[in-house]
Design a protein around this ligand. Structure first.
Ligand SMILES: [Fe+2]
Ligand SMILES: [Fe+2]
Length: 254
């Protein structure tokens, strides 16, 4: 399995993302959550399907994802124990660049696997594309992890399963929808493109929203502050007597 051309072009960025031990640990633990959630979705898919072969394959797939979760979690925890106390990476995990096996888990609702709401062909097409993308990413992550053979071995181990997931979902798609499998794949591809657009639009909206509020803060707020200061200057200092007519107005709190 080879990384995609897009990921290959971003190799220096990926190398930077994975270089820091602390960030690597956080990412592996997050990957573990994604894999575990994917496993639960696949177990649900196995419950719902009436096709015995698909049920067996989905169950095997669910167990694989559960095993991946355990592998990532244990490696992430081991790295976390080795964490550098003065690590400066903060919360910058670059998940938009290195998201792991996205597609099987919720991912903020965008890549939600809607088991039960999809036909078997649509589900297999969705799974095939998600697994293919995950396999390509894991192949690259394994390559950029210099000096960490243990994490590299984890990615190598997981990658073998992801290639199997990618292959069986394509074969089964051809079996359950011999005439509609290409259409199902195109629809799934269009769905992925649409979700990628939504992710980008959401990120841009967040960026421009932040920028717009900052500009407002520095350009508009000073005028209100000046007006408030000028009004405060017109007020006499300290206590002052109220007009006689206002005294004893019991029906009002002022
Ligand atoms: Fe996986
Ligand atoms: Fe997988």
């Amino acid at each position: 399995m080879k990384p995609s051309r897009r990921d290959r072009a971003l190799t220096p960025l990926h190398r930077w993302v994975w270089r820091d031990v602390d960030r690597r640990a956080r990412k592996l633990i997050r990957f573990a959550e994604t894999e575990a959630e994917g496993g639960r979705h696949l177990a649900h898919a196995a419950e719902l399907t009436a096709d015995p072969l698909l049920r067996r394959l989905f169950l095997r797939h669910a167990l694989d994802e559960e095993r991946h979760a355990a592998l990532f979690r244990s490696r992430g925890q081991k790295l976390r124990r080795r964490r550098e106390p003065d690590s400066k990476t903060g919360a910058l995990d670059a998940d938009w660049l290195a998201p792991g096996e996205r597609g099987l888990a919720s991912d903020g609702g965008l890549d939600r696997l809607q088991v039960g709401e999809m036909s078997e062909a649509a589900l297999l097409a969705f799974l095939h594309l998600s697994e293919k993308a995950a396999a390509e990413r894991f192949a690259l992550y394994g390559e950029v992890l210099e000096g960490d053979p243990e994490t590299e071995a984890v990615f190598g181990d997981v990658l073998r399963d992801e290639v199997f997931h990618m292959t069986y979902t394509r074969t089964q798609l051809g079996r359950v929808a011999p005439t509609r499998n290409r259409r199902a794949l195109w629809r799934a591809r269009a769905g992925r493109l649409w979700r990628a657009y939504l992710r980008l639009a959401g990120a841009l909206a967040g960026l421009f929203g932040g920028l717009f509020l900052t500009v407002q803060y520095f350009l508009l707020l000073p005028w209100f502050a000046m007006a408030a200061k000028r009004a405060a200057r017109r007020e006499p200092d300290g206590w002052h007597a109220c007009p006689a007519g206002d005294a004893g107005a019991l029906e009002s709190q002022y």
